[in-house]
Design a protein around this ligand. Structure first.
Ligand SMILES: Cc1cc2nc3c(=O)[nH]c(=O)nc-3n(C[C@H](O)[C@H](O)[C@H](O)COP(=O)(O)OP(=O)(O)OC[C@H]3O[C@@H](n4cnc5c(N)ncnc54)[C@H](O)[C@@H]3O)c2cc1C
Length: 532
């Protein structure tokens, strides 16, 4: 959907084929929209609507670790509620350089908003209950064979390109002969969506959005969905529990919540899943591309499944739109895989490493942790400290949001400087080509990102520098460039050159103190090569 919206906002007509019927509620999976994704939603013009839904305004977005939902609290990672999200900077993500901090909200609330938003864009046609069965590609375009699942009627869709955002069992992945490689099973999780109106009254305040539940019997995770009565309960299966249905769901839920037989709840949905680390061998075959779970599957630590998929989508969409709109050459399309595949592999390994740490932690909980004795208290303090250190990295993952960079792209002009290393949690802002364009607030209080153009933007820090040759070279081949004069603005120190070219996806494409002498070749590089 994000790929479609971004393409459409760049003037490209898109057909979205989706098996599900219009209006069918999504499954209750994703609970975290990353800051980087919220920045994308802000660019689309839908961030405010999405931020307005989810938990109540004053419901803390904190992540906690408890023995059981109704048991002892071991650690708390403070994340402000919606009402305080833009004013409270005291938490571990309070320093983030962004106009859009993350938003903790379940997919059931924000997906319908995105669908509605897309439905109202004239360039987008959504075909619900339509399944793509096959795609043939030729020199000039693709033909997709689809079927209307209600009538059985065959449908043919002709287009210039196909983007397979078709999930873990992707038809498009098979079509382009890509294989998933990595670790097929890291963790089995029995997940239940429940309605339990009395649970909130049994949990000692303050409230939390997510609660890891660690006790000697088993471990799990509880997510507040509406902040009132609906909850998602993840039950991490033990090593010898291979079959979801043979594990007593009800007993596990009661044990994790710390409630007895008399406690009343209703099972709304089962959402059992297997955590994996799988990455596709390639993301493209000529006119067919893969994004999202079609390209990668990993354990959702740090909430980076959907968010990474959206990053894929909006990297591909501007590049595809540039080619369709005629200002980039086919060479631009090689950038997508060169940029996203290494990042995909890296993120999958971050998530995997975190998963290993979390599994080791929750399977070695001291037996006395629930005792009211001094030993019990000491165990709670020790586990609380360790689990805070481990988990603050995933709940305040600045590196995953802003730190990743593209270091081998055919459309970025590198200058020999190395991009700063990053971890899941750490990010050093930088204008080394390939890095995220560092964000800052302008003197008038506006966000740099709101001032960037829709395509390339040249940021100039010296009003006397003549950039006319660049503008003329760009204009002669139709490359859209916005000029943004930032002299006198409070830019961070990493802006240490007089010029920076920011790409449509807010990564640095080039920087320097003088325009390159070979200005036509420079512009050609930004647009994927010279037209033949
Ligand atoms: C329990 C759980 C919690 C998670 N929490 C988070 C989180 O907090 N944050 C996060 O970022 N990620 C999270 N994830 C991961 C996230 O859910 C996925 O990465 C994300 O949904 C993938 O999106 P996608 O669009 O690529 O694929 P999907 O969501 O699988 O969507 C694919 C769509 O394509 C349609 N489709 C498939 N084949 C065809 C076809 N042939 N023709 C037409 N339509 C077709 C399907 O109907 C489906 O709607 C979580 C995952 C799980 C299991």
């Amino acid at each position: 959907m994000c790929c479609a919206i971004d393409l459409a906002q760049r003037g490209v007509s898109v057909v979205v084929a989706e098996r599900r019927p219009a209006g069918q509620p999504p499954s209750v999976k994703c609970n975290h929209i990353s800051s980087r994704t919220m920045e994308t939603f802000r660019r689309f013009g839908v961030a405010d609507k999405i931020r307005a839904v989810g938990l109540p305004d004053d419901y803390p977005n904190d992540a906690v670790v408890r023995t059981r939902a109704t048991g002892y609290e071991l650690a708390r990672i403070p994340i402000p509620c919606r009402a305080d999200r833009f004013t409270d900077s005291s938490g571990p993500d309070g320093w983030w350089p962004t106009p859009e901090p993350p938003h903790r909200v379940n997919q059931i609330f924000f997906e319908p908003i995105l669908f509605e938003f897309a439905r109202n864009i004239p360039e987008i046609t959504i075909l619900n209950r339509t399944e793509i069965r096959d795609v043939e590609q030729g020199e000039d375009g693709v033909r997709a064979q689809a079927v209307d699942l209600d009538t059985g009627k065959s449908i043919e869709i002709q287009a210039q390109y196909v983007v397979g955002c078709d999930g873990g069992r992707s038809t498009m992945r098979r079509k382009i002969g890509a294989r998933l490689t990595g670790d097929a099973v890291i963790q089995r999780v029995q997940t239940s969506y429940i309605r339990a109106p009395d649970l909130i009254n049994r949990i000692t305040p303050p409230r939390a959005w997510m609660s890891y539940l660690y006790n000697p019997d088993r471990a799990g995770n509880l997510v507040a969905i509406d902040g009132k009565e609906t909850w998602l309960v993840h039950n991490y299966l033990l090593n010898d529990e291979k079959d979801f249905e043979s594990v007593d769901r009800d007993a596990c839920i009661r044990s994790l919540l710390g409630v007895n037989e008399a406690f009343e709840y209703e099972l709304l949905q089962k959402e059992d899943w297997i955590g994996r680390r799988l990455v596709a061998t390639h993301l493209r075959d000529r006119r067919i591309f893969l994004c999202g779970d079609a390209a990668h599957l990993w354990v959702p630590y740090a909430g980076y499944g959907m968010n990474a998929g959206i990053a894929d989508a909006i990297t591909l969409s501007w590049q595809l739109a540039a080619v369709v709109n005629g200002w980039a050459t086919d060479g631009m399309l090689a950038a997508y895989e060169a940029e996203r595949l290494p990042i995909t592999d890296q993120v999958s390994r971050f998530a995997m490493k975190h998963a290993k740490g979390a599994i080791s932690e929750r399977t070695s909980i001291p037996p006395e942790i629930e005792d009211s004795s001094l030993e019990g208290e000491a165990a709670r303090t020790a586990v609380g400290k360790a689990t805070y250190e481990l988990n603050v990295q995933q709940f305040a993952c600045a590196g995953l949001n802003y730190g990743y960079y593209y270091d081998s792209s055919p459309i970025i002009l590198y200058d020999g400087a190395e991009q700063p290393a990053y971890t899941m949690a750490d990010y050093t802002e930088s204008t080394v080509p390939g890095c995220r364009t560092p964000h800052f607030w302008m003197r008038d209080g506006s966000s740099l990102y709101d001032r960037l153009g829709p395509e390339y933007t040249v940021l100039t820090f010296d009003p006397y520098l003549d950039i006319e040759p660049l503008l003329q070279a760009a204009q002669s081949v139709g490359v859209p460039i916005t000029v943004l004069n930032l002299s006198g603005e409070p830019a961070p120190a990493c802006y240490d050159t007089r010029l920076v070219v920011s790409r449509p996806d807010r990564h640095v494409g080039w920087r320097g103190d003088e325009l390159p002498v070979e200005i036509d070749a420079f512009v050609d590089r930004l647009r994927g090569g010279r037209s033949s």
